[in-house]
Design a protein. Structure first.
Length: 131
């Protein structure tokens, strides 16, 4: 889990079922199955932090950057056949659908609060000063 990112969350988590605001807490607290498939079940390699303080999924925003080279060929073939980015757009849509994008916040408020409290405990290391 990317504990250090909890401190950089600038938006309040929306209520369960409310529209997503890109707070990122859900992705920080638990890596989804798509993120785990990228090779790390603790820190999602595709979690992107934007300059305005929101978070997004790199698999939806820029899938070619994150999926393994071996998996790109069929999507790039679609791009070539269409003369554009049809393969990339199809992949973005596929990942968005798999993540439930557009269906509202699906993170349990109580479970997330427990994760935030755990993160705060990990970030507060007791230090004894020598003077």
């Amino acid at each position: 889990m990317k504990w250090h990112l909890i401190e950089s969350v600038s938006l309040d988590k929306p209520a369960l079922g409310s529209p997503c605001n890109g707070c990122g807490i859900c992705c920080i607290a638990q890596v989804c199955d798509l993120g785990v498939a990228l090779g790390d079940d603790q820190n999602c390699k595709a979690l992107l932090q934007r300059s305005e303080g929101t978070f997004s999924c790199g698999l939806v925003d820029d899938p070619y950057r994150f999926i393994p080279e071996d998996d790109l060929s069929k999507w790039q073939t679609l791009d070539q056949m269409s003369g554009g980015t049809a393969g990339e757009q199809a992949l973005k849509s596929l990942y968005a659908e798999m993540l439930g994008a557009g269906r509202g916040c699906d993170s349990d408020d109580e479970a997330l609060q427990e994760c935030i409290e755990e993160a705060q405990r990990f970030c507060q290391l007791p230090l004894s000063l020598p003077f």
